[in-house]
Design a protein around this ligand. Structure first.
Ligand code: B12
Length: 449
């Protein structure tokens, strides 16, 4: 079949992210299918570009990737649903080919998005097996039962197949081909995406990662990861940095160490960053990461109160956050901790406790966000109550922004805005930009308490 993959994502903050999920689905498509990738990220007029490419290719099916539903920076988030409505309208008016939607954003709430966007099919979660299975059924004119996580509309409602009985074995998957990627991702942002495993075992209260990837950890062979990295660097030589896109790089710890050892043995020199978790973080791991080129860790610390951490089911304590920070500082890896202030049930005193904790911890970088609860859209009384807390939080952060000018406060546009980031990149700063801000703030360390 002729398959037109469309990557709808146009988000450039904090960096543009290559459509690694779609690339993986393409890499694992049986060769008898002919696929193209229409990437709308850098198009000035995405609707026209899409219509033109579809018109020229005449697909049998359009596979639309939806990575983000919203920009989710807790600054009063803007959602992208109207934009996806528009893309689907363009596809419908250009071709009669059925539309299948998928991707991390879609997977977060597939039934709701099926009803809202009205594609013909949706696939939630990983799709390297489910999508070719759908093509087989369409070709053979058969029904759709048994294709795991397939969604379709019928009788005015969404019919959702059960998930496949197991998750994919990562060792059976072919790696993504980066020669398909628009080189502007690398020329303008320099960042490659690399996955060392799928699945997140954690149970953080609000997090959607296990919905997308499942909880069962499925690791890749370290040698295969480094092979993919070397191949990608050859295909896209403008790469200056790698982001490990795992939900958490250091869980399981043994695998993270094995990946680092492989990188060290094969003399990987490109710097990389990852999401790290305070659970079980130890000196040996920190040293291996540093030696393998880790140039930064992003940590979802969330709170400086043990009570709130327990309520959020983070599974670690403030002492473990401190431990990670100590070890990171010891081996010279900058750490960036994200905190979410005002989560459900939190009081202003809890927020102040977290702020005191951050000041005392003094991580290399901190991102402070004021919680926005999606559920408030349905409950106006709760929304008003929460809005008051949010206002007090932002007022307090306003006071801190001059005292700690290297903190990022997306809701106030502090160290998180497109112009600043463009300026930094134009001046040669690369990778995730929080790594550079502290060094640019005069006498930042004098502010330490
Ligand atoms: C790593 C990561 C980042 C890194 C990316 C680094 C990089 N260079 O790639 C950073 C920190 C930069 C980042 C930023 C953001 N992220 Co992010 N990120 C992730 C994370 C952890 C992994 C994404 C990934 O690459 N996965 C690996 C690939 C292989 O998997 P995949 O994309 O899911 O693809 C599979 C399936 O989804 C499916 N599939 C994918 N496409 C398609 C298409 C079709 C047609 C089909 C059928 C199937 C299909 O098959 C693929 C293979 O199995 C996810 C959470 C998660 N665990 O998934 C959040 C996630 C994708 N991010 C999210 C968000 C919101 C953002 C930001 C907007 C937040 C912000 N303001 O900072 C930005 C946007 C950046 C951008 N340019 O788009 C949300 C999106 C959903 C939502 N709530 O809107 C997620 C789901 C996390 C969450 N909060 O729930 N992110």
């Amino acid at each position: 079949m002729r398959v037109a993959f469309v990557s709808g994502n146009r988000e450039l903050l904090p960096d543009a992210a290559i459509p690694i999920g779609i690339l993986s689905v393409i890499a694992n498509l049986p060769k008898r299918h002919e696929a193209i990738l229409i990437d709308l990220c850098f198009e000035d007029t995405p609707a026209e570009a899409l219509a033109e490419s579809l018109g020229a290719f005449e697909p049998d099916i359009v596979a639309l990737g939806m990575r983000n539903i919203q920009n989710a920076d807790y600054s009063g988030t803007s959602n992208t649903l109207a934009y996806y409505d528009q893309l689907i309208g363009v596809i419908r008016s250009t071709t009669e080919a059925p539309i299948t939607i998928g991707g991390a954003g879609f997977s977060v709430m597939p039934a709701e998005l099926m009803k809202r966007l009205l594609p013909d099919f949706g696939i939630s979660g990983e799709a390297e097996e489910a999508f070719p299975a759908l093509l087989d059924r369409l070709e053979a004119g058969l029904g759709f039962d048994g294709i795991g996580n397939l969604h379709r509309l019928g009788d005015g409602d969404v019919i959702s197949n059960r998930p496949a009985p197991g998750f994919l074995d990562m060792s059976t998957l072919s790696p993504a081909d980066r020669s398909l990627v628009d080189p502007r991702y690398y020329e303008r942002f320099g960042i490659e995406s690399l996955q060392t495993k799928r699945g997140c075992p954690l149970r953080c209260d609000y997090c959607t990662y296990p919905i997308i990837e499942g909880r069962v950890g499925r690791v890749r062979e370290p040698a295969a990861i480094v092979d993919e990295l070397f191949a990608s660097l050859e295909q896209q030589p403008a790469t200056s940095h790698v982001f490990m896109v795992d939900s958490v790089f250091n869980l399981p710890k043994g695998h993270a160490k094995a990946v680092c050892r492989e990188m060290i043995d094969r003399q990987v020199t490109i710097p990389w960053t990852c999401y790290a978790n305070p659970l079980g973080f130890d000196l040996e791991l920190a040293e291996l990461m540093a030696e393998a080129g880790c140039a930064g860790m992003e940590v979802g610390a969330d709170s400086g109160s043990d009570e709130i951490l327990t309520r959020l089911r983070k599974g670690f304590t403030t002492e473990q956050i401190r431990n990670l920070h100590r070890l990171a500082a010891q081996v010279g890896i900058p750490d960036c901790h994200a905190f979410i202030l005002g989560t459900p049930g939190e009081t202003f005193d809890d927020v102040l406790r977290t702020l005191d904790f951050i000041i005392d911890l003094d991580p290399f970088s901190a991102i402070l966000m004021a919680w926005v609860d999606d559920a408030d859209a349905l409950d106006s009384a709760a929304a008003r109550e929460r809005e008051k807390l949010r206002e007090s939080i932002l007022k307090r952060l306003e006071e801190h922004k001059t005292e700690f000018p290297w903190w990022s406060i997306p809701a106030l546009g502090v160290n998180y805005d497109a112009k600043l980031f463009d300026l930094l990149r134009a001046n040669g700063y690369d990778g995730p930009l929080w790594r550079h801000i502290r060094g640019l703030v005069p006498a930042a360390t004098d502010k330490r308490r």
